[in-house]
Structure formats: C-alpha cells, structure tokens
Design a protein around this ligand. Structure first.
Ligand code: IMP
Ligand code: MG
Length: 265
C-alpha cells in the first residue's frame, strides 16, 4: 500500500492574515507548499474566483516559459486570499481555495484507487462534516465500492470537541472487507479513536483513514491518517463541509472565521 510521507502532503503552514490595512499595504507572507505528487495538469478546475492578475497570467500561459501549468499563479497577492463578497463579513480569509481543494481531492482519489483496486471496498464516512469532501472524492473514484455513514456529533454545537454521541450506526457488513473511514478533520483525534474502537471488532480486512484536513498541533490521541488532504495550522476552519454551529458548511473553500463570529459577537 502506498502511503505518502508526511513531507509530501500539502502543508498550509502560513497564510495571509488580513489586517485592517488596505491590500496594497499588506505584507506578503508565505505561501503554501504544493507537493510534487499533485498533477496540476489533470484536473480542469474553476479558478474564476481567483484574482484577475493571476487569471490573466494563466490564460496567457502559452507565452510563459516552462511547463503549461507553472505554479506562479499559486503565489497570489494578499488580497486574493479575501473571501468572495457574500462571505466577507464573516470569513476573515481563505485558507484553501476551491481550486486547490479540487486538485488535492483529485490526487487523493487517484491514490486511493490505486491502493484499493481489486478489493471489496466500503467507504464509511462520518456525518455531517464529510458531505462536501465526500461527494467530490466519490465522484473521483473509478472503482466499485459501497458507501455507508456513521453519525457522530459532539454535545456542543459550536467549536471544539465535547462529549460524543452516535446519531447513526453503521448498517453495512464490513467484516472481511476493506474499509476506508472518511472524516473532515483530524483534530484531537478523539472522534476517530472512538469510531475506530467501534469498527475494529467488526473485523474488516483493512481499515484505513482518510481526512481532508489534519491539525496535528491539537492531537490528544495517538492516531494518524493514511490519506491527508492538507495539514493545517492550529486555527478553527469552516467551509467545504466544516461547520461552526452548523453554519458555513456550504462555503466552496476552507476559510478562517472572523474572531468576532467565533466569540459569538
Ligand atoms: P477531534 O475529535 O478533536 O479530532 O475533532 C473531530 C471533529 O471536530 C471534526 O470531525 C469536526 O467536526 C470538529 N472540528 C475539529 N476542528 C474543527 C475546525 O477547525 N473546524 C470545524 N470543525 C472542527
Ligand atoms: Mg463538526
């Protein structure tokens, strides 16, 4: 089984923090380490929300030296990290754009396809945070599989991992089958540890974990995912299925909440 080393995973280590300064005065920080395993040519993605400058450079890429998809367009000026207008009041900045999500989910699907080919795969996804990621991942997987869900919810409906309750039990028989457990984010690890403790006694042939996001800084349980979309810093994120108080799941990108919202103001 191929398991990419942590160093090959996209690390969102730094990002533009939006200050009160106008974009032109903001200092550019980082960017984002895009690993070689991403095949940037293979997924046509809608990047129209990206700023005009980056867009025109891409459209004119025939004139640029180097490969058709050079990565310069990833180094966007700070203001391109601003969320689209409808979200600007609540979302402080875009951490992972829609285009990057699409590319990475596509790459994960290729890897999963390769690893589970010829097996008897059951995807077990945790509700509700996986819905958007899962829908994209599933459509990228060209192999026979079954799908089931486990419902798990924390007592509190805001941020953080409180006590857990199971709201839906697994229905499919996973014994002797390959199981890919899918979650939105691996944070403290408590949720996935509890779910693994439920699944292991059912004796799947293989049990692997796939998460869109990994926040290793907050880990309390000794647990690692086999497939990770992005490793992110210790920040509360929303969008692309992830919620705050059950809101923001429909954002097409992963973003950072305004502190004012997180503080309930
Ligand atoms: P864990 O049990 O601490 O690993 O947390 C897992 C669950 O907490 C995830 O499935 C999410 O529902 C939620 N969670 C953790 N961090 C975040 C975040 O940054 N944004 C939104 N939900 C989060
Ligand atoms: Mg959640």
């Amino acid at each position: 089984m191929h398991r990419d080393p942590p160093s090959a995973r996209p690390q969102v280590t730094e990002y533009y923090k939006l200050s009160e300064k106008p974009p032109s005065l903001r200092k550019r920080r980082t960017l984002i380490f895009e690993p070689a395993i991403l095949n940037l040519n293979s997924s046509p993605v809608d990047e129209t929300h990206l700023n005009k400058q980056a867009g025109s450079r891409r459209r004119g890429s025939a004139a640029l030296p180097g490969p058709p998809f050079d990565k310069t367009h990833l180094k966007k000026p700070a203001h391109s990290q601003r969320p689209p207008p409808p979200w600007r009041e609540e979302i402080r900045s875009v951490l992972i754009s829609r285009a990057r999500l699409a590319r990475r989910v596509h790459a994960l699907a290729r890897q999963i396809e390769k690893d589970f080919a010829g097996g008897d795969l059951v995807i077990v996804a945790l509700l509700n945070g996986t819905v958007v990621f899962l829908a994209d991942l599933l459509r990228g997987l060209s192999l026979p599989l079954r799908l089931d869900f486990i419902g798990v919810s924390s007592y509190r409906d805001g941020a953080g991992s409180g006590g857990l309750i199971f709201t839906k039990e697994l229905r499919l028989d996973v014994s002797g089958r390959d199981v890919l457990l899918v979650d939105d984010i691996l944070d403290t690890g408590r949720t996935l540890s509890r779910v693994l403790a439920k699944l292991r006694p059912l004796q799947p042939r293989r049990l692997k974990i796939c998460v869109l996001l990994d926040k290793p800084a907050r880990r309390l349980e000794k647990i690692a995912a086999d497939y990770v979309g992005f490793t992110i810093p210790d920040e509360f994120v929303v969008g692309y299925g992830l919620d705050y108080g059950e809101k923001y799941r429909n954002l097409p990108f992963v973003g950072l909440l305004h502190p004012r919202i997180a503080q309930g103001g």
